[in-house]
Design a binder for this molecule. Sequence first.
Ligand SMILES: Cc1cc2nc3c(=O)[nH]c(=O)nc-3n(C[C@H](O)[C@H](O)[C@H](O)COP(=O)(O)OP(=O)(O)OC[C@H]3O[C@@H](n4cnc5c(N)ncnc54)[C@H](O)[C@@H]3O)c2cc1C
Length: 419
Amino acid sequence: MKGLLIFSNDLRLENNVLVARAVSDCEELLCLWLPSPSYQRAQSYRKCFIDCSVGSLKKNLEELKQDLYCLKSLDSESLRKVRTHYPFQKVYFQNQVASEEVTQQMILQKFCAEVGVDFVALDQQYLVNPSELPFPREKMPFTFTEFRKKVEQQEVAPLLSQLRAQSEKPFPKKPLTPSRILEPAPGGQAPQIFYPSRDQALQRLKQYLWENHRIRTYKETRNGLLDWDDSSKISSALSQGILSPKEIYFEIKSYEKAHGSNESTYWLIFELLWRDYFKHFHWRYGNKIFRREGVLGFDHGVKELPNEETFMKWCRGETGDDFVDAHMVELNQTGWMSNRGRQNVASYLVHQLKQPWTWGAQYFEEVLVDYDVSSNWGNWLYLSGRGSDPRAREFNTRRQAEMYDPSGEYQKKWLPLKR
Ligand SMILES: Cc1cc2nc3c(=O)[nH]c(=O)nc-3n(C[C@H](O)[C@H](O)[C@H](O)COP(=O)(O)OP(=O)(O)OC[C@H]3O[C@@H](n4cnc5c(N)ncnc54)[C@H](O)[C@@H]3O)c2cc1C
């Protein structure tokens, strides 16, 4: 059997149900990476992170004598071209949630139906996959608390590696011809931070849990702004599927078995459930999560005064509010911002500057190294009071600065000339 394995945001070989299925079905395999349309909008750090993640997967595949190519344009003509050179009989692709990626999935599915090729699409970006939820997804509870209480009552389904011994079957061989018609996948020197390779991401998880034991104090430190270990920093690896949420969950469970559980070990799982909630919520409400008026279309009473200059000042970190500006400078200089920072700058944009929340969400899409469509838009929606909680979350940034940066050290770090 000749297969076509298309990676998207599932850039790993282990505990990847599509890879496992393709390895077991096929004698020959062509591996492709399909960039999401959002990749075209990514600015420097985010783009670099994705390129390095893809490059790292490519290296892992090369160790198995495989290649990774890039499927730059996705239409029936380019797919036909690939098939002329390499007559694949089965296509493997991860099920998608967001409309642009769902459109990609539909193009692939339609092409397969037209040429009589099997199309295998599977879910694996969740801690609790749609088929594992204790309710039909279309009837999911509206609020996070209701969702969490129901989902927490059941066991998380095991990882592939827990279900069966490592496959004895060698990785299928690569085809000979496609290099003439396809571009190689991008690569890049992996930066030390944000963990774009599988090894780096696994090492980070090991360090945060087993070496530093910082998971033991996660609940108390997660709002910290200065120490790298204040939170896990695994979101970028999760966003590209370098690690899966189930892998993180079971690592936490092993840690709890060895060292005991506490509120903090539980809280990291609690946060992973927020991630799941936003993904299922996104599937349930579709493109409504991108609308200015939100999923229910209610008005939270905050008047908007759209002004591009005001918005650009916020983007550049020139609002005059040092706490907000320091966070935006950190984001622009690193591609990263803490959860506390994200909440504050979002609230400031919506409530103080009265700019559309969708503008802020779009800017985050371009620059965040860990950009995840459902978590980003879901959080913005939630904070602006247009998601599942009609209360708009307004933060007093002066008070927040006093609480979370009492010595001003964080603001000094990112605004050295102002302080
Ligand atoms: C306005 C706004 C935009 C955001 N955009 C994104 C985004 O594009 N991508 C993204 O991964 N997260 C986003 N978040 C959520 C959160 O800020 C980040 O997941 C977190 O800061 C990542 O750091 P960490 O890995 O150290 O998280 P930790 O605190 O160590 O948490 C562990 C994991 O739990 C998940 N998680 C934690 N908090 C949240 C949350 N509020 N919502 C959903 N999942 C959560 C993440 O996968 C995270 O990696 C956003 C939050 C806000 C307020």
